[in-house]
Every structure is written in C-alpha cells, then in structure tokens.
Design a protein around this ligand. Structure first.
Ligand SMILES: NC(=O)c1ccc[n+]([C@@H]2O[C@H](COP(=O)([O-])OP(=O)(O)OC[C@H]3O[C@@H](n4cnc5c(N)ncnc54)[C@H](OP(=O)(O)O)[C@@H]3O)[C@@H](O)[C@H]2O)c1
Length: 329
C-alpha cells in the first residue's frame, strides 16, 4: 500500500484528502518511481469535479506528471536503473507516493535541477511543443500569438517559440506580463483592458500572426480567425471561456487558407506520446541543462495542502506551474 491524494466525492477542492491506495505494480517496459514532486494541471481540477474522467486503463488518482527516483524496473526495461532520477508524463496517478511510467516516457532529471522543477516540465512543455511543432508547424521568424501566456503551458510555449526562432506575443492578465516578457515574449496584451484583436493587428501591421495557440475557445474564435495571416494556423487546446460560436462566416477560412486544429494530449496513444517525448527530449534536455529553457514554478505546496493548491489555480493566481511536494515517512 501507499499514500495518495484521493477524492471523497466529485466536487470542490475540499473533497481531496490523503488516504491509502494500492501501490502500482510495474508491467513490461515500466518503471516504478518513488515520487517526490507532482505537477498540478487544470485538467486535475476538472477531473476532481467529475468532468474529465481518466482514459481507460489509467489510474483514477489525479496527477499527469511527476519527478522521482526509480525504485524498481519491470521486465523488458533497459534505459534506467534503480536509483536514477527521472521525470515524465503519466496518464494519471501523480498525486501519490509511487507511480508506474513507461520507461520510454521517462526522461532523466537534468543535472542541477530539483525534483520540484523537473515535475513542472512534462505536461506544459510537451503540450506546448506538440502545439507549436507538430500541429502548428511553426517556422523561424514566424509570429505566434499565445493566449493565457502566464499559464503553465503558456510560459512553456513562450520559451519554446523563442528557442525555435519564432516571435511570440501573448495575452495575459496584467500581473503576469513581467514574467512573460522576461521569458522572451515580444509583447504582452492585457486582454482584460484592451481588445486583443486590435492590439495583434497593430503589432503585425495588419497582417496578422502565423499561428495562434488558444485555450479560451468560443469567445475568442472569431477574433482569432481575424488575427491570422494567410496560411495561418489556429491550435485549440482548451475552452476555458466556453465552446459555442454563433454567426461565424466560414468564407474567411477559404480566403485566408486557414487551418484549425484541436488536440488533447492525454487521449493520444502511448506510441504517439512516446514519439513526442523522444522528439522533445532531443530538442529540450540539453537546453534545460544549459538553462536556455526553464520550468517556471510559481508556488510549491506540501501535499497536505493540496486543497489550497487547487484553489490557488482555480483563482487564476499562478504564473507558470504549481507543484506538490510528496511526503514519505
Ligand atoms: N489539449 C491539451 O492537450 C492540453 C494539455 C495541457 C493543458 N491543456 C489546457 O490548457 C489550459 C492551460 O493549462 P495550464 O495547466 O497551463 O493552466 P493554468 O496554469 O491554470 O493557467 C490558465 C490561465 O488561463 C487564464 N484564463 C482562465 N480562464 C480564462 C478565460 N475565461 N479567459 C481568458 N483567460 C483565462 C488565466 O490566466 P490570466 O490571469 O491571464 O487570465 C489562468 O491562470 C487548461 O485549460 C488546460 O486544461 C490542454
């Protein structure tokens, strides 16, 4: 047995508590990891409310990413040994003392990086990398608009865009601008007090951006379309503002030859996620070691304080990631 954060009944953050759960058993190709830090994601808050069930076969325990020490290796593993420090994306089960991870999904913790920082990488950076590279086909010198620039995924996307040689601009609430600008974004738009479409078109001399990474959905859809340059791509990763769009004229898509791509990472097959992790590892690990890429950790909570951590995220207070420190007696 092990300790894990469990949900009494679907609902608010007060439903979370630390209880007993079955320690995972590693299968072929898997590692058993003793977890020291787990990242919090918006998806966890939706899952807690019963609005985002885990995919078939995944742990019911919350948590999509973790960092820790390899405790055991399953059959048909070769890349890691007991005692190695690893981090990675998991389909669930991160808010626990132990989790199983496919060894091809695990990455070595970069030298000089803490567990709490390593746990802040997987979901935000893999999502942003996939959106920019795989879905958005981003090119050097292109302009990309990143909505929710101060989010976990947004702060990763700003850095990855810069590392690829593209130029980003973001929307974010004003207190998050300083961090976004320090990370390398060219312009931060205070969407609460300015019209982002006007600001984007002004910034691009009315041409529009080549790529948009969007998390807001319905309320931004028409303005997003108007903000795209010819051959522009809109990658929709969430609908934080709702999903409906009324009176949309699809001719704009034809005239400007636009691509609209929706994606969820968690629903992808293990083979897809492994391929993404491998390409990301090649691109990013050395850059993390050199500090050219940095996980942005806003706040670290003891896992006993998971209620506060979820409430902090739901109040949109974080710039970058919120991390739980997992305790072992
Ligand atoms: N599709 C995928 O594969 C995938 C993968 C990972 C995450 N996601 C999604 O991506 C989003 C970001 O994830 P995260 O964990 O990085 O989130 P996060 O750190 O919690 O940040 C979300 C930020 O979005 C902004 N926001 C919230 N509601 C908004 C609204 N109605 N209008 C405008 N801005 C709003 C807030 O920042 P401000 O203070 O700037 O308003 C908030 O802090 C989440 O919705 C998550 O579910 C999708």
């Amino acid at each position: 047995m092990m300790k894990a954060i469990l949900i009494r009944e679907f609902g608010d953050a007060g439903q979370l508590y630390i209880g007993d759960a079955k320690k995972p058993v590693v299968g072929p190709g898997q590692l058993l990891v003793k977890i020291y830090a787990a990242g919090i994601n918006r998806a966890d808050t939706f899952q807690r409310q019963g609005k985002y069930p885990p995919p078939a076969g995944a742990s019911e325990i919350l948590g999509l990413e973790m960092a820790g020490i390899v405790e055991d290796t399953g059959p048909e593993t070769s890349r890691f040994q007991k005692g190695d420090h690893v981090f990675g994306l998991i389909p669930g089960g991160g808010y626990a003392q132990y989790a199983a991870i496919h060894e091809e999904m695990a990455m070595p913790v970069p030298e000089n990086m803490s567990m709490t920082h390593a746990a802040a990488i997987p979901e935000a950076f893999l999502t942003a990398f996939q959106a920019l590279r795989w879905h958005g086909n981003i090119q050097v010198e292109e302009d990309v608009l990143i909505h929710a620039g101060g989010s976990g995924v947004g702060t990763a996307a700003i850095q990855l865009a810069q590392a690829i040689g593209a130029k980003s601009i973001v929307t974010a609430s004003a207190p998050k601008h300083e961090v976004c600008l320090k990370l390398g974004t060219k312009k931060a738009i205070d969407y609460k007090n300015e019209d982002f479409k006007t600001a984007v078109l002004e910034y691009t001399d009315q041409k529009g951006v080549d790529l948009i990474i969007d998390f807001i959905g319905g309320p931004y859809f028409k303005d997003n379309i108007d903000c795209l340059n010819r051959d522009g791509r809109l990658v929709i990763l969430a609908t934080l503002g709702g999903g409906n769009v009324e009176n949309f004229d699809v001719r704009k898509m034809l005239v400007n030859r636009l691509n609209i791509i929706g994606s969820t990472l968690r629903s992808r097959s293990i083979d897809y996620q492994i391929a993404l992790t491998h390409e990301f590892r090649e691109f990013a690990l050395q850059r993390f070691t050199n500090s050219n890429l940095k996980p942005v950790v806003d706040k670290i909570f003891n896992w006993e304080d998971v209620k506060d951590a979820h409430e902090y995220m739901e109040a949109n207070k974080n710039t970058g990631k919120i991390i739980l420190e997992v305790k072992h007696l």
